[in-house]
Design a protein. Sequence first.
Length: 297
Amino acid sequence: MEINGVEIKDTYAEGFGIKVTRILVTAATPRLAKIAATEATGYGTSVIGCPAEAGIDCFVPAECTPDGRPGYAIMICQGGKKALDHELMERIGMCVLTAPTAAAFNLLESEETLKTGNKLKFFGDGFEKECCIDGRKVHSIPIMSGDFLVESEFGYKDGVAGGNFFILAKDVMAGVKAAQLAVKAISHVPGTITPFPGGMVASGSKVGSNKYSKFLNASTNEKMCVTLKDQVDSDIRPDADGVFEIVIDGVDEESVKAAMKAGIMAACTVDGVLEISAGNFDGKLGAYIMKLHELFE
């Protein structure tokens, strides 16, 4: 299968179940809202080493927010309810409450909720108040710049992590350009994030280690390292010297598949892109099998 002359390998991405929440961070200006959203989603590339996977979903204009101010939808993902609850407390409490003019609202309707705002209210030391904004139960916490508004509860649900595809290009800059366009296209798919830096993965990994298995649970994927093509049983074609991976988390499998399709289509418009592939574990670890060819049926 080819798209614009780019070979789409007959393979699949292997996704994993994860707990997902979606939060709206608003502020007085779009810039301030983005600063707060960026802080709240920092250190969130992969649960291999980070406390959560997190990222900015999309911009939300003022006319679509509960408090009539511009904001950004963000997603935070973790393996279990307890860990996700901890992350929300840490990230909203330390990164949004502390951000100038920021507020936090729930963006995911679900019967399962985390009482994050109901816990954060105690920072008000008895001066906090309960109010209703746009039909939502919100806590108003006095701070130096005014009052910090945080919704009482945040919904969460079972989502999908680890949707992915590889971009193999003739050189690094062609790969970078294709990856950037892919991430931009994915940003228009609601309910998805690309949690790695700039949405792009430079250092693909594998489970375990060939040499340091006694203490290392993940190590470099030597089969996808361009400088090792002549030293290992490489999965990289001889004419490719730029390889990047796009990893996608989403609120459900269909959202992740839609994001994969959009990203691949965008990447295949770049001159110098040779091949699109994907990462998996032979179907042994993840519950979700997302076949590249089926994305375009």
